[in-house]
Design a protein around this ligand. Structure first.
Ligand code: GLU
Length: 277
């Protein structure tokens, strides 16, 4: 059975870009007689707000986009993500990173620059080189730390990877271009990449439908799935909605929020059509 999902982060009101994405997943599931799930990706408490999560559900209902089963709210499941982190740590693939952003920037500048990854300059690996004694001493001292994936070791463990992009066939993965990614942050005990792959596996998602801005991240997601022995979903990355000037729709375009359009008298069908469906 086809299982898709819509996984917004509640950092603002639902806008046309979200509707486009939600309908991509909803249509894919409903046309196949499958299941469509809703997940709230709210692990970052500094950016996400419960009011926005409630508003997202209300706006989806108003649009007639229904979902199956309970909504998964990620911030309630940090203990689950911890178990996955412990497994990766058990494989020797995680290390604590005590660096601040400023220290990383200084280190990169001092070494004459760093290669660019999809999310910015690659981490120079400073804390990977700490001895076990240094790590323990800093942890005992209470220094805050993130957990990073030892990318070279992870890639060596799983070998070559690819994934099925619906309509495009199999695409080769190159997760190494992300460098030693953070899988648990200092202030949030998990990361998007870990939680999204965990939940897609847990929920039995068979086709991940989402914006093409996340296409590069799929390389990393396949790596985590492979390390964890999680099933491999197919992917369908859709083009992002853009405005008349060709710019990606953003939350600051308040007039494109579903509630604003609703207050302006638009019907659900009109809003779905404005979102390209
Ligand atoms: N929560 C992510 C976002 O709102 C989407 C994650 C995904 O679909 O994989 O951008």
């Amino acid at each position: 059975m086809i299982v898709t999902r819509f996984a917004p982060s509640p950092t603002g009101f639902l806008h046309l870009g979200h509707v486009h994405s939600a309908l991509a997943g909803w249509n894919r599931a409903r046309q196949a007689g499958g299941r469509f799930l809703l997940r709230i990706e709210d692990i970052d408490a500094t950016r996400c707000r419960p009011e926005f999560a409630a508003a997202i559900e209300e706006d989806l209902r108003w649009l007639g986009i229904d979902w199956d089963g309970p909504v998964r709210v990620q911030s309630r499941y940090f203990a689950d993500y911890r178990v996955s982190l412990d497994r990766l740590a058990g494989m020797g693939l995680l290390y604590p990173c005590f660096c601040t952003r400023a220290e990383i920037a200084r280190e990169i500048a001092a070494s004459g620059g760093a290669p660019q990854g999809p999310d910015g300059p690659l981490y120079p690996g400073t804390c990977r080189r700490l001895s076990a004694a240094e790590r323990e001493a800093r942890m005992a001292r209470g220094d805050p730390f993130a957990l990073r994936l030892d990318m070279a070791a992870a890639v060596a463990r799983v070998g070559a990877l690819d994934f099925e992009e619906e309509g495009r066939g199999r695409l080769r993965c190159d997760p190494a271009r992300f460098g030693d990614v953070v899988l648990a942050r200092k202030e949030v005990p998990a990361s998007y990449h870990l939680c999204v792959t965990h939940d897609d596996a847990r929920d039995g998602v068979t086709v991940v439908t989402r914006g093409e801005d996340l296409l590069p991240a799929t390389d990393l997601h396949r790596l985590i799935q492979s390390l964890m022995g999680w099933p491999e979903p197919a992917y369908r990355h859709h083009a992002l909605l853009v405005d008349a000037e060709g710019r990606r729709l953003a939350k600051r375009d308040g007039a494109l929020a579903v509630r604003a359009l609703r207050e302006a008298g638009r019907s659900p069908a009109e809003v779905c059509s404005m979102a390209g469906h």
